[in-house]
Ligand binder design. Structure first.
Ligand code: IFM
Length: 467
């Protein structure tokens, strides 16, 4: 009988780290790149902390060689990065901007030379501004534009890139971008958020079909930000209904159409006062549910929710009712004594196990990858200049164990990507939040591997935990 070490991941488990174009690249006006919705949004006064923008960010556009060397030093098996659409197809239409594409060609070559598997995300939120001006994601044509761009990118890089994620976290693009408006493009109209959801998913499905038609070997997937959700009071039917609603809007409104080919009926009913889903056309759901090779799951925390309470004061953005159309009065709870990260997100590693096992049990079988997991903490440097981020290291350690527990319970978990390789531009929080395994000094652009990075290197080397 083979004995399986409970601290070791299966052979071939893929260890990686992730980033996103606007959060790290900088060089926003170089080599023909035109503005995305995040350039416009971050340059609009009052939209980001301190007026921070991605203009320079980590200057990765110029320093990618140094960053790939860091990845190699960490022992990464894969690097998940996103392509800035307005860099490679300015305006979101027409031919490729070869100079912009050359950057990704160089990056992919550099990765391959270091034995690191490139993993491309096609859309991590930087929609070309011209497409937003033409209606953005609430407009159906944006889906077709996305599929066209996806096919162009695959045509250019598909000989060396095997793994493709269409969208990163469409919940954020749709609900934060078009309902609460705390993300670009900053619109606040709940029906638009639902139309955006549908057109993002339609674009995903059309992109999968277009790439698949050219390359049956491509490994195609989508990345969803999924949450564990539980009732504040397990005895309360009202709290359980709040769980159903938020699970519907956070998880099932994406999982169901993609993996089962239908929007959940209860969610449609919850949303009846917001939208009649008239944007769904015949055949759309077949396109959206085109077979996938993998599902990417981004996991950070758990939502604990309960029945309405009109006296509850205004909440942070992700708890704000405007981010959850149709669930206006669900109350988000913060559990006393549960540690939170610098994002005010509760640390809940068992929620990762729960999420992976739930997807594996409730949806058609598809290999799962954790495409993001990580934590923001306030980092300090000691006299030697080291960043001893023990809280972040502990967060990672707990989530590795949660991944192992999910595998033990039968979830087909094939890989893990830490968020993030580098400290970076954390959207409306600007540079005030740090998620990196590598610290960035934004004055000098010096990179420093944090304690969490050193520990991650050991985990990768061992393909598991020491104890
Ligand atoms: O920084 C983001 C990333 O762009 C998408 N997932 C969540 C991260 C932390 O907020």
């Amino acid at each position: 009988m083979t004995s399986i070490d409970p601290l070791t991941f299966p052979p071939g488990f893929l260890w990686g780290a992730a980033t996103a174009s606007y959060q790290i690249e900088g060089a926003v006006a170089e080599d023909g790149r035109t503005p995305s919705i995040w350039d416009t949004f971050s340059h609009t006064p009052g939209r980001t902390k301190g007026g921070d923008t991605g203009d320079v960010a980590c200057d990765h556009y110029h320093r990618y060689r140094e960053d790939v060397a860091l990845m190699a030093d960490l022992g990464l098996g894969s690097y998940r990065f996103s392509i800035a659409w307005p860099r490679v197809q300015p305006g979101g239409r027409g031919s490729i901007n070869e100079k912009g594409l050359d950057f990704y060609r160089r990056l992919v070559d550099e990765l391959l030379e270091h034995g690191i598997t490139p993993w491309v995300t096609l859309y991590h939120w930087d929609l070309p501004q011209e497409l937003e001006d033409a209606g953005g994601w609430p407009a159906r044509d944006t889906a077709a534009r996305f599929a066209e761009y996806a096919a162009l990118m695959h045509g250019a890089l598909g000989d060396r890139v095997r793994n493709w994620t269409t969208l990163n976290e469409p919940w954020c693009s749709a609900f934060l971008g078009y309902a609460s408006g705390v993300h670009a493009p900053g619109r606040k109209h709940a029906p638009d958020a639902l139309a955006a959801t549908h057109h993002l998913l339609l674009g995903h499905g059309q992109a999968v079909q277009a790439i698949r038609a050219n390359d049956p070997q491509a490994q195609l997937g989508i990345t969803l930000n999924l949450y564990a959700i539980s009732p504040a009071d397990p005895e309360s039917p009202g709290d359980h209904d709040a769980v159903r609603r938020i699970d519907g809007l956070a998880n099932r409104i994406f999982l169901d159409p993609v993996l089962r080919g239908a929007y959940p009926e209860d969610v449609r009913q919850d949303l009846a006062g917001v939208s009649d889903f008239g944007f769904v056309q015949d055949g759309d759901l077949e396109v959206i549910s085109a077979p996938l090779d993998l599902l990417g799951i981004n996991y950070y925390s758990r939502h604990v929710v309960g029945a309405p309470d009109p006296d509850v004061p205004a909440e942070p953005y992700w708890r704000a009712s405007t981010s959850w159309p149709g669930s206006e009065h669900v109350r988000f709870h913060k559990r006393p004594g549960v540690p939170v990260t610098d994002m005010d997100w509760e640390v809940d590693a068992p929620g990762l196990t729960e999420t992976l096992v739930r997807v594996a049990q409730e949806y058609p079988a598809v290999p799962l990858y954790i495409t993001e997991n990580g934590a923001a903490y306030v980092d300090t440097r000691n006299d030697a200049g080291d960043i001893d981020d023990t809280e972040r290291a502990a967060y990672f350690d707990a989530h590795f164990r949660a991944g192992l527990a999910a595998i033990e319970q039968g979830a087909p978990l094939m890989g893990y990507f830490a968020w993030s390789l580098l400290d970076n531009f954390e959207w409306s929080w600007g540079y005030t939040k740090r998620f990196g395994l590598v610290g960035i000094d934004y004055e000098t652009q010096a990179r420093t591997l944090k304690t969490s990075g050193h520990r991650y290197r050991e985990v990768i080397k061992r393909n598991g935990l020491a104890e």
